[in-house]
Design a protein around this ligand. Structure first.
Ligand SMILES: C[S@@+](CC[C@H](N)C(=O)[O-])C[C@H]1O[C@@H](n2cnc3c(N)ncnc32)[C@H](O)[C@@H]1O
Length: 251
């Protein structure tokens, strides 16, 4: 209570850091997707719930990409909770740097035809997780295959025959020496009507400069900003894409 001009008034001061409450709530909802097995069996796995399904992911600690990173959960949460706006049913989807496969699995459960890619050494564990969690549950069997950024991309995925509706990527930008190759791979795979959904974990400055360079080639929209996780989720598309009206006028 304070007094102004002799009148007692009730007041309270409310400091709101923009987005802080939303960030905390969303981050909590995303992280609550993860559970540990209640009984320890002979094989270790991490559990996730998406699309009302239990997903079991086997990790392997000897490889960077064989661990599941929070960005993958952010992207999966977005896909599941925005399935009306970003309807994956029957869509051609490519995942880059799929790691342990959660994004591929959730996209497949949501009805997409997924091409799941990573480095050769990762493919065994990736294939295992993808098969274990999608077999008999999905309209399309996901394809797990090698894609080393920047290497033989046109030979392996010719633009004339490989047109993707979505390119999905979670936590693919960090201190590795293939950032230019990754940029070129996005550029090659992203055609006129392709959309990129990219969950980006910010760790160091070079990652910020990647986003700036990415912005030179692609139009970028921020879908989530989660400072508590240091993650942003972006939607991107080609800068030189014609608008729907231009396309219709040219037809
Ligand atoms: C930080 S992990 C993220 C894995 C997964 N997307 C996730 O969020 O859990 C980065 C992934 O990028 C892959 N990767 C790194 N360099 C690559 C390259 N040059 N070509 C293809 N994949 C690469 C790694 O093998 C790994 O699976």
């Amino acid at each position: 209570e304070i007094s102004i001009g002799g009148r007692e008034i009730n007041t309270f001061i409310y400091f709101k850091i923009p987005g802080a409450a939303e960030d905390a709530e969303l981050a909590k909802a995303i992280m609550s997707r993860n559970f540990r097995p209640s009984v320890i069996g002979p094989e270790s796995w991490e559990g996730y719930v998406f699309s009302d399904m239990e997903i079991r992911i086997k990790e392997s600690t000897d490889l960077y990409g064989a661990v599941l990173w929070p960005s993958a959960m952010v992207l999966c949460h977005f896909l599941e909770t925005n399935r009306d706006k970003y309807n994956l049913t029957d869509k051609n989807v490519m995942e880059l740097g799929a790691g342990t496969g959660l994004v591929t699995i959730v996209s497949s459960l949501l009805g997409a035809k997924v091409t799941s890619t990573d480095l050769p050494d990762l493919l065994g564990n990736l294939q295992y997780n993808v098969m274990r969690n999608t077999k008999g549950r999905c309209k399309y069997t996901p394809l797990v295959t090698e894609l080393i950024w920047g290497q033989d991309v046109e030979q392996r995925f010719p633009r004339a025959t490989h047109c993707f509706d979505y390119i999905l990527a979670a936590d693919v930008v960090y201190a590795h020496p293939y950032l230019e190759e990754l940029m070129d791979t996005f550029d090659h795979l992203c055609q006129e009507n392709t959309e990129i959904l990219w969950a980006m974990r910010f760790r160091l400055d070079p990652e910020n400069s990647f986003v700036d360079r990415f912005r030179q080639r692609f139009q970028l929209e921020e879908l989530y900003n989660l400072p508590s996780l240091s993650i942003k989720l972006y939607r991107a598309w080609r800068k030189d894409r014609r608008t729907k009206d231009q396309g219709e006028a040219a037809a």
